[in-house]
Write a protein that binds this ligand. Structure first.
Ligand code: HEM
Length: 68
């Protein structure tokens, strides 16, 4: 949870048993939920922006299998 990019990647791409939210949330929404997870229960202090999410977002949604 210390790296915002780890959380953003899990939300965009999915992670093993976790589904991808690529097609369900826009950059601002993913930034908001990432900010919450990074800061509220974990007390890390980075600022998470929609531009950070845009850095990791790719054009096509990942396949149903997050390992793809
Ligand atoms: C959008 C809100 C969500 C955020 C920010 C989020 C974030 C994360 C993060 C950061 C991890 C990695 C935890 C770690 O490495 O210790 C994770 C794991 C996981 N998440 Fe989510 N998650 C979200 C929604 C969901 C939903 C809705 C589900 C179920 C439908 C889900 C299921 C899982 C599962 C099963 C894992 C464990 C993956 C594995 O190791 O196999 N998540 N999530």
């Amino acid at each position: 949870m210390q790296s915002k990019y780890y959380i953003i990647s899990a939300v965009i791409n999915g992670l093993r048993g976790m589904p991808s939210f690529h097609s369900m949330m826009n950059d601002q929404q993913i930034a908001a939920v990432t900010q919450y997870m990074h800061s509220d229960p974990n007390n890390f202090t980075d600022t998470v922006t929609a531009a950070n999410v845009a850095q990791l977002r790719h054009h096509f949604p990942p396949g149903a299998d997050p390992s793809e």
